[in-house]
Write a protein that binds this ligand. Structure first.
Ligand SMILES: Nc1ncnc2c1ncn2[C@@H]1O[C@H](COP(=O)(O)OP(=O)(O)OP(=O)(O)O)[C@@H](O)[C@H]1O
Ligand SMILES: [Mg+2]
Length: 258
């Protein structure tokens, strides 16, 4: 279960984030990076954060701990900025929190080289979840205490925006040409050999169980939140077995040499 906390103070917006994430303090005295259900990208972004973030953690990637953060919209009343006030007011209930890594720096490939094994594991994982947001322009990787941490899995699993065609969409290749770690000769085969067998039905059931029901309710075509949880698990399970051969843009794969 994700830790459940309640926001007690809105500290400041994080200006770099497109979805206007904010820093909040919670009733456990923790400081969280909070992503709001009322943000333009909607609750599917938060579902993607939970599924991919919790899967990453279980596969051994460094990934800040996630929590659900309850928000009383009253917290927004004192905010001087209209945009922030609107966001807090429209985000009552369950939102997403992530442990704030104090002092973490945005990843710069020129300043922090990564070995082929670690690059391969991250590229393979991003291919699995179809992450389009780990480019050298916007790596969504942090360097914290000398190590690389993954953040921001909101723009993944594009198939969850159109469930009837999810299977076909999940069968498509992954273009890693723009990936922040593409330059480090990622050893995707070794990563697949290690990680693919670990992406099992049981593991995915454990991961999808972490999604709050509130973000799964009333999805057209699904009777219950658990039906939708299974729909999240299926493409990842089938993709895990084949995706290594469908990665393009890093010097091998089906599109190379054409
Ligand atoms: N757990 C964290 N600890 C420290 N800083 C963080 C953390 N999470 C996010 N940040 C900082 O906040 C920024 C925005 O976060 P994030 O990328 O998750 O938001 P976003 O709105 O999804 O961004 P994007 O513009 O990439 O869509 C990050 O680039 C990073 O600088
Ligand atoms: Mg980001």
């Amino acid at each position: 279960m994700l830790k459940e906390v309640t926001a007690t103070r809105y500290i400041t917006p994080l200006r770099e984030g497109g979805s206007l994430p904010g820093l909040v303090e919670a009733d456990d005295f923790g400081t969280y990076v909070m992503k709001f259900t009322g943000a333009g990208q909607g609750r599917k972004t938060l579902v993607a954060e939970v599924v991919c973030g919790e899967l990453a953690r279980r596969l051994g990637f460094r990934m800040p701990r996630l929590a659900t953060v309850r928000l009383d919209p009253v917290l927004g009343l004192g905010e001087p900025e209209q945009q922030v006030q609107d966001l807090l007011r429209s985000s009552g209930g369950t939102n997403l929190g992530m442990d704030f890594l104090s002092g973490a720096l945005g990843y710069d490939p020129l300043a922090f080289p990564v070995g082929p094994a670690e690059a391969g594991r991250i590229v393979w994982f991003d291919a699995l979840i179809n992450n389009v947001d780990r480019s050298w322009r916007n790596p969504n990787l942090l360097v914290h205490r000398g190590e690389l941490w993954l953040i921001d899995h909101g723009a993944t699993m594009i198939w969850h925006h159109n469930w009837p065609s999810a299977e076909a969409s999940a069968a498509r290749p992954y273009d890693a040409g723009d990936h922040a770690l593409a330059r480090f000769a990622p050893d995707v085969s070794a990563a697949a050999a290690e990680l693919a067998p670990r992406v099992t039905e049981d593991l995915l059931a454990e991961v999808t169980a972490e999604i709050p029901d509130a973000w799964l309710a009333d999805e057209p075509g699904f009777d219950t939140p658990d039906d939708l949880r299974r729909a999240y698990a299926r493409p990842l399970l089938s993709r895990a077995a084949v995706i290594a051969e469908r990665i393009t843009g890093i010097g091998f794969g089906p599109e190379e040499g054409k």
